[in-house]
Design a protein around this ligand. Structure first.
Ligand code: GAL
Length: 454
């Protein structure tokens, strides 16, 4: 295992993080469940987007995925055998509300009740994300996140989740990475629903900001003793050079990638001084919106994988900033072509912790995809083990420096459906043979189990 980047060579021990630090694994409904049309479930934007040619690597989809819908007991038992005591998963909107709103699907509720109850039986604490990107297609047909009615639709969904599961689920995350689902889904068109341009993106951003806070308020009202968070993707941003143009470009990228959704929730509004195009959000703004964007989250979920090097580019509209691809920088990369750069996570933790309104931080995702090779039934994934080791060590460093970080979840438990990249990138601690659904714990899984053993 390479420790080259780490000055602290002492062995990594979970007890050094303190007794109250939570260790877990993270997943998302569409990426694992499969059974896309079973027992009353209707189509989500990901079912539709992945059914169209050319959208996903090799035209794959999440129709079966890891078959978690049927294998949840086996998977939760496997978690238990790995000493995992916290499991983050999301609720599929179309499983519980097939029409998006209105009639609740009892079978959908029963499925999540079974998952939650079985977790509790196994002494695993459920951490539930309300929205991890799988909007009902029926609502997308009405404009989805770009339609202000999403405030009502989402409130109904959040209420259904809180009232049905809130008696047993105390740890909640309202949204997963709003920057990714609005940016990739409503600006670049590379994720579902495949919409492009500012006219979709800006209202989607604003409505996601409002739903983020609204969801928080709904949970606060309906779930006694709830620990309420929401999650943000983030990457350390470094200018390519010390030229003023590159520094400005990096500042803009940082505002978009790291600040856009957090700051309005803290009452700071949108970072328009760095990204002037965000002023156009005003068009979608009602007088009460600034106040309604604010919610005092109990924790912020930080999701970090890499860093980005940013340079000025005249050709990129609005931002005038461009990411210098890791593949062009002769650095160690993962299967996602993301740079392996452990200090990024401590930088981001420090950055988020510096906001006075951020009370507590949990790393709700971190992990890596590598080309795992099975030899004699075993997967000796040293790259992933080293990645996790080195990133967790950076979390420890941040904690020792006073950052209020109190949890870490690996992305992800089993190999799964990785959105536009399909099944190609393998992020799991557990290997899945997608032709047989056989699970095989990787070396990194054994390593993580040992790390978090009590
Ligand atoms: C995050 C996302 C996860 C997972 C992960 C790895 O952006 O929340 O669903 O796909 O990245 O790419």
């Amino acid at each position: 295992m390479s420790l080259a980047n780490n000055k602290d060579t002492s062995p990594l021990k979970s007890k050094d993080f303190g007794e109250n630090f939570v260790w877990g694994v993270s997943t998302a409904a569409y990426q694992i469940e499969g059974s896309h049309n079973k027992n009353g479930k209707s189509a989500s934007i990901w079912d539709i987007f992945s059914s169209k040619k050319g959208n996903i690597y090799q035209d794959q989809n999440g129709t079966i995925a890891c078959d978690f819908y049927k294998k949840y007991k086996e998977d939760i038992l496997l978690m238990k055998s790995m000493n995992i005591t916290n499991f983050r998963f999301s609720i599929s909107w179309t499983r519980v509300l097939p029409n998006g709103v209105g009639e609740v699907n009892k079978e959908g509720i029963a499925f999540y009740n079974n998952v939650i109850d079985f977790c509790l039986e196994c002494n695993i604490t459920p951490w539930v994300t309300i929205y991890h990107w799988d909007l009902p297609q029926i609502l997308e047909d009405k404009g989805g996140w770009a339609n202000r009615e999403i405030l009502e639709w989402f409130s109904e969904f959040a209420t259904v989740c809180a009232t049905n599961f809130g008696d047993r689920v105390k740890n909640w995350m309202v949204l997963n990475e709003p920057m990714v689902f609005t940016g990739a889904g409503y600006f670049l068109g590379v994720h579902a629903p495949g919409k492009k341009g500012l006219k979709h993106f800006l209202p989607a951003v604003h409505h996601a900001v409002l739903c983020q806070a609204k969801g928080g308020r709904i949970l606060r009202k309906l779930v006694p003793n709830a620990n309420i968070g929401t999650t943000f993707s983030c990457s350390q941003i470094t200018p390519r050079s010390s030229k003023k143009k590159d520094i400005i470009a990096a500042k803009k990228a940082d505002a978009m990638l790291n600040r856009l959704f957090l700051e309005p929730s803290l009452g700071m509004g949108y970072p328009t001084e760095d990204v002037s195009v965000l002023e156009k959000i005003e068009k979608y703004f009602k007088p009460e919106d600034k106040e309604d964007s604010v919610f005092e989250f109990d924790f912020i979920g930080v999701q970090n994988y890499t860093r980005e090097i940013v340079k000025h580019s005249h050709f990129v509209p609005y931002l005038k900033a461009k990411i210098v691809k890791a593949t062009k920088r002769k650095v160690k990369i993962t299967q996602m072509d993301w740079e392996v750069y452990p200090p990024s996570i401590s930088k981001m933790l420090t950055k988020f912790d510096a906001y006075s309104g951020v009370k507590n931080i949990i790393v709700t995702e971190n992990g890596a995809a590598f080309n795992d090779v099975m030899v004699n039934g075993e997967i000796n994934d040293e790259d992933r083990t080293a990645y996790l080791h080195d990133y967790i060590k950076e979390v420890k460093k941040a904690k020792e420096q006073g950052v209020n970080v109190n949890g870490y979840f690996v992305w992800t438990f089993t190999d799964n459906f990785e959105w536009a990249e399909g099944y190609f990138p393998r992020f799991g601690l557990v290997h899945v043979d997608f032709s047989t659904q056989k699970r095989t714990m990787k070396k990194s899984g054994h390593w993580y189990a040992k790390l978090i053993e009590l």
